[in-house]
Design a binder for this molecule. Structure first.
Ligand code: NAP
Length: 394
């Protein structure tokens, strides 16, 4: 099969690390399914995989190559022994939580606590930037009929992560306020919609007018362009003077939040994934007893903040990581019912898979983006339309 592979000697920026190769097609084992990929979603973990940071995805991988991609829409091509819920020809989307399926955590407990839990397409080498991908049958979800292949491939990883963060981990409730960093980004566009759906007010943070408009369209209560606060970001090896300026900027930023909310209070929940640049501000800005929920650290993993702001006002930091099959199913139903919509802002061609990741690395994208893999063109929604389009090409 044709695939984009990452190899250790190519670690670096996406234009260098993603290279097209012809590789063996996977054979699905017991409980596994081989899916013909129609479209694949682009996520930041593909960028991390190619960089070889903060860990090498090739460590302990006997194949010597890694196929990234943790989002896809496609068609079941082959099922392994024991798979009864899905059959050849089913149109599906995939969630990326891999588990053993046997332990107490997977059976009635918390599947994310499974000792063998992995993110498919990041911690496993058989991701979606290939003609075929291999997944566990519990990763399959019905493809919402009203979506095109590229729309359906665009939302799983980011939406299901945002769902767990806000609904299950932070327990966001009607009447609360939530500060959403990167509100025009992959995670953020769903955090804004979820806040609206539960009856919370979202204060959206963005860096461009285009993203500000998008956040308001998705239901944000108000928006802040962080570029108006140039001293807000915490820098590496910050001097005392820079720290002082940052605190002033954070207080001014907090006042802007008060203006938006019309009350002198902070948000009960802060939606974090930016990391070093914003984390100290997130802790400071959260309301008394506020919850800071975090799933990533795009700008740096070593977080430095004044812990007095945490304990004096009894705030909590909550770690969150992707979602389990139950959460993915509930969230997917919101898409199927039209209560949450995918925010596909761009579709790249198969040849543009490295460029799509490069643009994500350079923070040039907004919303979610996907790449065509097996689908011959944009706009196709099912197998029948796809077959007809292929026949008219021939
Ligand atoms: P994305 O689409 O690139 O969006 C990230 C957003 O972060 C950007 O839109 C940008 O918004 C904002 N940002 C970047 N630098 C910033 C800075 N210095 N200060 C404030 N905001 C900044 O990425 P994503 O898909 O949303 O993912 C975000 C992070 O979460 C990544 O590190 C990813 O690996 C991680 N993640 C983790 C999980 C998990 O399961 N643990 C799942 C999904 C994602 P503005 O420039 O408009 O402010």
């Amino acid at each position: 099969m044709h695939a984009y592979a990452i190899r250790e000697e190519r670690f670096g920026e996406p234009m260098k690390s993603f290279e097209r190769e012809v590789l063996p097609t996977w054979d699905p084992g017991p409980g596994e399914v081989l899916v013909q990929v129609m479209a694949a979603g682009v996520n930041f973990n593909g960028v991390w995989a190619g960089l070889g940071e903060p860990v090498s995805v090739l460590k302990g991988n006997p194949l010597g190559y890694h196929i990234a991609g943790s989002d896809a829409s496609g068609v079941v091509w082959k099922v392994g022994e024991g798979v009864t819920r899905w059959k050849v020809g089913d149109e599906v989307v995939l969630h990326c939580n891999h588990t053993c399926g046997e332990c107490e955590h997977c059976n009635g407990g918390e599947p994310l606590a499974c000792r063998k839990q992995q993110i498919w397409g990041y911690e496993t080498p058989d991701g979606s930037f290939a003609q075929y991908t291999r997944v566990q049958s519990q990763q399959l979800l019905p493809k919402p009929n009203h979506l095109t292949w590229e729309e359906a491939a665009s939302y799983g990883l980011t939406f299901f992560t945002a769902y767990r963060m806000l609904i299950d981990r932070a327990g966001l409730r009607a009447g609360e306020d939530v500060l959403i960093w990167g509100a025009g980004g992959g995670l953020g566009v769903f955090a804004v919609q979820l806040a609206k759906l539960v009856g919370a007010r979202a204060v959206a943070v963005v860096s461009t007018e285009e993203k500000a408009e998008l956040a308001m369209q998705l239901g944000a209560h108000g928006v802040i362009n962080r570029k108006e606060f140039p001293d807000l970001a915490q820098r590496e090896n910050e001097t005392d003077e820079q720290a002082g300026l940052r605190m002033l900027a954070t207080k001014a930023f907090g006042k802007r939040i008060w203006q938006i909310l019309g009350e002198k209070k902070g948000p009960e929940v802060v939606f974090e994934h930016v990391g070093r640049s914003t984390f100290a501000s997130s802790v400071f800005l959260a309301n008394r007893f506020g919850r800071i929920v975090i799933c990533g650290a795009t700008t740096g993993f070593q977080l430095n903040f004044d812990v007095r702001h945490l304990w004096m006002h009894q705030k909590s930091i909550i770690g969150s990581h992707f979602a389990d099959a139950g959460e993915a199913t509930k969230a997917n139903q919101l898409i199927e019912r039209g209560q949450i919509r995918p925010v596909l802002t761009r579709t790249f061609k198969w040849e543009e898979i490295p460029a799509a990741h490069q643009e994500m690395f350079e923070n040039k994208l907004h919303g979610n983006v996907a790449c065509l893999v097996g689908a011959p063109r944009e706009g196709l929604k099912n197998l029948e339309e796809t077959r007809a389009a292929l026949a008219s090409h021939a």
